[in-house]
Ligand binder design. Structure first.
Ligand code: SAH
Ligand code: SF4
Length: 363
């Protein structure tokens, strides 16, 4: 296959994607250059912030890769108070971050659902209804998604983790809490309710092949997502998947693949929002900046109160767990300036794809 021809095509098939995922050297440089061009043309050279609030690490699920899975008894469980969440949101607002993202383990009790509903009201009041709000609170009923949407949450991130059913089954316990079809149904429900819908996968998982990753890209295109957050799998010693660590690609190779996935996604889904995942930085100190250069346009600075950061360890070597939110901000600003992009301070930076999709439906 000739790279220049491939990169000028409007659509890429599985075979072509597999080829591009494997490219190196000069070919890889061409891939990255093309992705940067597509980004500049379709979403502009602007990076938007989503201040990340890791509200609680309490989770009812037991995903085999995740450090805060319910079965891990080595975790100190915490739950921020409403005031702590509101303070973090105010920090984001005062520093003109534009948006926040609230993430937790999965809980779906009535108490939790009510709490989020009230909290959304409180956050909006405290920040003059100016912040864009993303939720990443796992699988919930359509009714719950609707209640939160009606309180002003506008985006929802629910990664499929692996779009291949068999691979998904290897990464999760086999019970009703970890049902592939249920996760797909949740993504459809989010779409029906009216959210900007985000999903994503982990890259470099045990048992995962380049074919799986090519299919992940095609699947995201097929379900027509508005935003994507995907990043390298980083093994955690207190998880069942850790036993396969010897079979994993070297961490630098997982990192490399994550950059190629980001670049390819930008090329095939030109106007979506793509997050530069924090997990990249766990591997390479300049990881997020590299992702921005090859197509990512969203960064999620961690604004969780410092005291809790160490307890939200999904994977090993999570960066910035010792920093206070302010340090993070200054360091990120400098880092993004180095990429040549500008920061969309005070802007929501919503998915352009979402608006295009909605306008098409109205027409
Ligand atoms: N409980 C919610 C959100 C919190 S988990 C949910 O599962 O949707 C957020 C993301 O962390 C998950 O979607 C998963 O992709 C990622 N994650 C978990 N363990 C990881 C690991 N070991 N390496 C890389 N990413 C991981
Ligand atoms: Fe819970 Fe999410 Fe971790 Fe799964 S990935 S164990 S749902 S926090």
């Amino acid at each position: 296959m000739i790279i220049d021809n491939l990169l000028n095509k409007d659509t890429l098939n599985k075979e072509e994607l597999v080829f591009l995922l494997g490219c190196e050297g000069e070919e890889k440089t061409k891939l990255f250059t093309k992705a940067a061009e597509v980004k500049a043309k379709y979403v502009g050279r602007k990076v938007y912030f989503r201040g990340l609030i890791e509200m609680s690490n309490i989770c009812r699920k037991n995903c085999l890769y995740c450090g805060i899975r319910s079965g891990n008894t080595n975790v100190h469980r915490y739950n921020l108070t409403d005031d702590e969440v509101i303070e973090a949101a105010k920090f984001a607002w005062e520093n003109r971050y534009g948006s926040i993202a609230i993430q937790t383990g999965e809980v779906s009790t009535k108490e939790f659902v009510d709490r989020i509903e009230n909290l959304l009201d409180k956050i909006n009041k405290a920040t003059n209804h100016e912040l864009g709000i993303t939720l990443s609170l796992g699988e919930q009923t359509e009714e719950t998604y609707r209640r939160w949407f009606n309180k002003g949450a506008m985006r929802y991130l629910l990664r499929i983790e692996a779009s291949n059913r068999e691979l998904y089954a290897k990464l999760h316990p086999n019970n009703r809490f970890h049902d592939f079809d249920e996760r797909i149904e949740c993504l459809k429900a989010l779409r029906r309710v009216g959210y900007q819908v985000g999903t994503g996968v982990m890259i470099g998982l045990p048992f995962q092949t380049l074919e799986h990753l090519a299919d992940d890209l095609l699947w995201m295109q097929e379900i027509d997502v508005d935003m994507v957050g995907m990043g390298p799998y980083v093994e955690h010693p207190d998880t069942p998947l850790y036993r396969y660590r010897e079979h994993l690609l070297p961490i630098s190779e997982r990192f490399n693949l994550a950059l190629k996935m980001t670049a390819l996604l930008r090329i095939i889904m030109k106007d979506i929002n793509i997050a530069a995942p924090t997990a990249l930085q766990a591997i390479d100190p300049l990881g997020r900046e590299k992702a921005i250069k090859v197509g990512a346009n969203i960064v999620m600075p961690n604004i969780t109160p410092g005291a809790y950061r160490n307890d939200y360890k999904l994977y090993e070597n999570k960066p910035c767990t010792d920093d206070a939110a302010d340090d993070c901000k200054n360091c990120l600003e400098a880092r993004i300036q180095l990429t040549g992009d500008e920061i969309g301070y005070g802007e929501h930076g919503n998915s352009r794809h979402f608006y295009r999709r909605r306008n098409q439906n109205l027409a």
